[in-house]
Design a protein around this ligand. Structure first.
Ligand code: CA
Ligand code: CA
Length: 122
């Protein structure tokens, strides 16, 4: 998971100002009660609305929740945005658990590959 976090951090750094704004906007939209944290409920709600139901499994929130407080702050949510953007999150086909260890991508290739997210099957 550390590797994903680093890749996500690099991803965010490389975003244009507009996309950074968009990321902050998305975070704010997810954070319904405005406490600066995305709770499990807010998380699930947002994903359902965006039809990103693959991401709803609780194992993802747990993996993203670095400080283990049950919700996502902005830094933790960036990793989610990265995963959704890159289309490289992997899930167990039978139980739909998020497969942290099977995640192979480095930020280097991500930025050098124009078709990132569309071709890379593991
Ligand atoms: Ca909140
Ligand atoms: Ca947290």
């Amino acid at each position: 998971m550390e590797q994903i976090r680093r890749a996500a951090g690099a991803y965010y750094e490389h975003l244009s100002e507009n996309n950074k704004k968009l990321a902050r906007k998305t975070f704010k939209a997810m954070d319904k009660n405005g406490d600066g944290q995305i709770s499990l409920l807010e998380y699930v709600d947002h994903l359902k609305k965006n039809k990103a139901t693959d991401f709803i499994h609780q194992s993802i929130l747990r993996a993203l929740d670095k400080d283990d407080n049950g919700s996502l702050d902005f830094g933790e949510a960036i990793v989610l945005f990265y995963l959704m953007q890159s289309g490289r999150a992997l899930f167990c086909k039978s139980c739909n658990t998020f497969l942290v260890e099977a995640y192979f991508s480095c930020s280097q290739c991500f930025f050098n590959d124009d078709s990132a997210g569309s071709t890379n099957e593991i």
